[in-house]
Structures are given as structure tokens and as C-alpha cells.
Design a binder for this molecule. Structure first.
Ligand SMILES: C[S@@+](CC[C@H](N)C(=O)[O-])C[C@H]1O[C@@H](n2cnc3c(N)ncnc32)[C@H](O)[C@@H]1O
Length: 216
């Protein structure tokens, strides 16, 4: 969905020379964007994540932190950060992205979340382990980017309670609580959709944001 929205928005007819995927994890975003470039480099500061990364003919991976991408010695036409930007020192990352991007290059930042009234208190039950972001547009503009657009999508999806709980268990905020106090974390998680059977389906909102920024 993100790839097709980016292609349509930027009217990309030819493959770009080089894309850099920052915080690429196990390479799902890298593989998805590989079709848009002659070459794509995925970087992550976690060797463990990269050891499981998906391969591809035009894909290469390197261990590197978002704050040190200038040390890669490359000049990408596009930088992407999927489900990862919130972890970065975003000021340093934006500054370095601006430095290494080719003239007129783009920075694409995307996130995804599920919402349901039962999960309204989740941020209190399981505090986010990363800083909450404010004034992103202004910050990006000061650091040399123009915001082309912010694409927001919301769709209704149906998932079984078990699938939702399994998904919640993958969130770093939830994992952190399980590591420090597993009993308490399990009891907090057990309160969500308490009256619903494991296989019963629940209607949720799936929402995504795609920030499209251009090097000024
Ligand atoms: C949720 S995963 C996203 C993976 C991938 N982009 C995707 O969309 O499937 C977030 C990744 O960001 C990485 N990460 C977090 N902080 C980072 C940093 N400062 N520099 C590089 N990678 C970082 C984590 O190691 C993790 O692999």
C-alpha cells in the first residue's frame, strides 16, 4: 500500500538509482521498495534483525545506525524509514538524511497502528519506550525539507481476538513490560476484550501515515 501510494504520488516512471532503507529490520520494507530502484541498501543497528533479512538481487544490507548514515558514503535518491523513525534521534537523522540525499531527493517516513476503544488506555498500561513526537513538520522544514504531503489512510479490518493479542505482544512497549513484570503485563493484556472468545472476530481501525518530504 505504501509503495503504490508513493509511486502514484511521485509519478515514478523509471527505477531510481539508489534507495536507502533506515531501520530496515528484517527487510520487509526493503524488499517492498526494491522494485522501485536499481539498488537498495537496508541499514539497521541490530545485527540480529539483519541476520534474518530478506534477500533480493538488488538488495544489500549493512549494520549502521540512523544517526550515522553519513558514514555509508552513498548518495541515495530516496530514503525510507518504515515503522522505525520514532526510535531515532530524529534531529540527527533528519540532518544527515538532508546531507546525503541527492538534490531533489525524497524522504518517506511511514507508520502503522491499530485502534479500538478497548485499547484506548494502552499507552498508559504500556508506556511507549521512545519519545513522543511533536511538531515534526516544523522540525523537518528547519532541517532542510519541504513537506510534500501527509497521506493518512484508515480502513476497517476484522481480526480474531487471538490475532489481535498476538499482534499486541509484538509491540516493544508490551514486550518491555513483559520483561520487567510478566505477571502484571499478562493481567493488563488480559483485560482487553475480556468478554470475547479467542476465535471471535473484532472490528478494528487500521491506520497508516505516510510523510512525503523533499530535500529543499
Ligand atoms: C519495527 S522495525 C521496522 C522494520 C522495517 N522497516 C519494516 O517496515 O518492516 C524497527 C527497526 O528499527 C531499528 N532501529 C531502531 N533504532 C534504530 C537506530 N537508531 N538506527 C538504526 N536502526 C534502528 C530496530 O533495530 C528495528 O529493526
Amino acid at each position: 500500500m505504501v509503495v503504490s501510494k508513493v509511486v502514484n504520488y511521485l509519478q515514478l516512471a523509471q527505477p531510481l538509482d539508489l534507495i536507502l532503507d533506515v531501520g530496515c529490520g528484517t527487510g520487509h520494507s526493503t524488499q517492498a521498495f526494491a522494485a522501485l530502484a536499481k539498488n537498495i541498501v537496508g541499514v539497521d543497528h541490530s545485527k540480529a534483525m539483519l541476520s534474518l533479512a530478506l534477500s533480493g538481487d538488488n538488495i544489500r544490507y549493512e549494520v549502521q545506525s540512523a544517526e550515522d548514515i553519513d558514514q555509508l558514503g552513498i548518495r541515495p535518491n530516496m530514503i525510507i524509514a518504515g515503522q522505525s523513525f520514532h526510535w531515532f534521534n530524529r534531529r540527527i537523522f533528519l540532518k544527515k538524511s538532508q546531507q546525503i540525499l541527492k538534490e531533489g531527493g525524497t524522504l518517506i517516513i511511514f507508520t502503522h497502528a491499530i485502534n479500538h476503544s478497548e485499547l484506548a488506555e494502552m499507552d498508559k498500561d504500556f508506556p511507549q519506550p521512545f519519545p513522543v513526537q511533536t511538531k515534526f513538520k516544523e522540525e523537518a522544514e528547519i532541517l532542510g525539507f519541504t513537506q510534500l504531503d501527509l497521506l493518512v489512510t484508515k480502513e476497517t479490518i476484522r481480526r480474531s481476538k487471538q490475532d489481535i493479542i498476538n499482534h499486541l505482544r509484538t509491540l516493544s512497549s508490551v514486550e518491555k513490560e513483559f520483561q520487567s513484570d510478566p505477571k502484571l503485563a499478562a493481567s493488563k493484556l488480559g483485560r482487553y476484550f475480556f468478554n470475547v472468545q479467542d476465535q471471535e472476530e473484532i472490528e478494528l481501525t487500521s491506520s497508516s501515515q505516510i510523510w512525503l518530504l523533499k530535500k529543499t
